[in-house]
Design a protein around this ligand. Structure first.
Ligand code: NDP
Length: 240
């Protein structure tokens, strides 16, 4: 039977590409979103992928949603923690609310999703978790202490949870995208974006599909020896 994959923030941008790619590869996909009903409806109609509206920052909502997905589609064996937001500002201007929102969504959401599916993955002795971090969690970025902290946290979270899942058939990996052409990057002022692209050795922004390709690789049944890894997909911008 086809494995069921939940992609958070799976109806737009990078998540949309991940959901579509997983579906094309034969997985049964549940795409989550939070606020943009119009985009989710268009996505569902175009792709035939089931969409589920819930806030990843709300553990109770996540638990209700994962129960619903299980009842409708089957046991959840793959989770792609992709939902993320920015609330940029320098330390001088950043509010505590802007800090909390980004940490609760980007990092808390990751915890909530893993918490909701972990016991079932342990019971089934199989799981694939991919967390979408960021180049800015690896390298830092001016005006993004909240986002960089959350994304850097994702990389630590990944390595720690990978150790808990390793002997149980559950892999936990991260992808650290560089700058990808999505709505999130479209919000960056043109003059700043020009400087960013100038620093990317490949000479362009990445495409959402180029991140989806990495996800497909990491969730494969025969990727069981890859865990606790971070796959950097950034056009050569930041090399470890
Ligand atoms: P977009 O802003 O294009 O899409 C974000 C998605 O996340 C949307 O589907 C949105 O839902 C969903 N979302 C936001 N908040 C929540 C929430 N609380 N609960 C559930 N879903 C939520 O982002 P990108 O596609 O650009 O980014 C995807 C991921 O990749 C993020 O984690 C981002 O940090 C990361 N990333 C992106 C990079 C880039 O260059 N674009 C670079 C490095 C990392 P809705 O449609 O309802 O708003």
């Amino acid at each position: 039977m086809a494995r069921v994959a939940v992609v958070t923030g799976g109806t737009r941008g990078i998540g949309e590409a991940i959901s579509s790619r997983l579906k094309s590869a034969g997985y049964v996909v549940a795409a989550n979103y939070c606020g943009n009903d119009a985009r989710a409806a268009q996505f569902a109609e175009r792709t035939g992928i089931a969409v589920y509206k819930f806030d990843v920052a709300d553990l109770a909502a996540v638990q209700r949603a994962t129960e619903k997905i299980k009842a409708e589609l089957g046991p959840i064996e793959i989770v792609v923690n992709n939902a993320g937001i920015t609330r940029d500002g320098t330390m001088k201007k950043m509010s505590r609310e802007g800090w909390d929102e980004v940490l609760d969504t980007n990092l808390g959401g990751c915890f909530n999703m893993c918490k909701a599916v972990w016991d079932d993955m342990l019971a089934r002795s199989f799981g694939r978790i991919v967390n979408i971090g960021s180049i800015n969690g690896q390298a830092g970025q001016y005006g993004q202490v909240n986002y960089a902290a959350a994304k850097s946290g994702i990389h630590g979270f990944t390595k720690a949870l990978a150790q808990e899942g390793a002997a149980k058939g559950i892999t936990v990996n991260a992808i650290a995208p560089g700058y990808i052409d999505t709505d999130m990057v479209a919000a960056v002022p043109a003059n700043v974006l020009e400087k960013i692209v100038a620093r990317i050795p490949v000479g362009r922004l990445g495409k959402a599909e180029e991140i989806a390709r990495g996800v497909l690789f990491l969730v494969a049944d025969d990727a069981g020896f890859i865990t606790g890894s971070t796959l950097s997909i950034n056009g050569g911008q930041h090399m470890y």
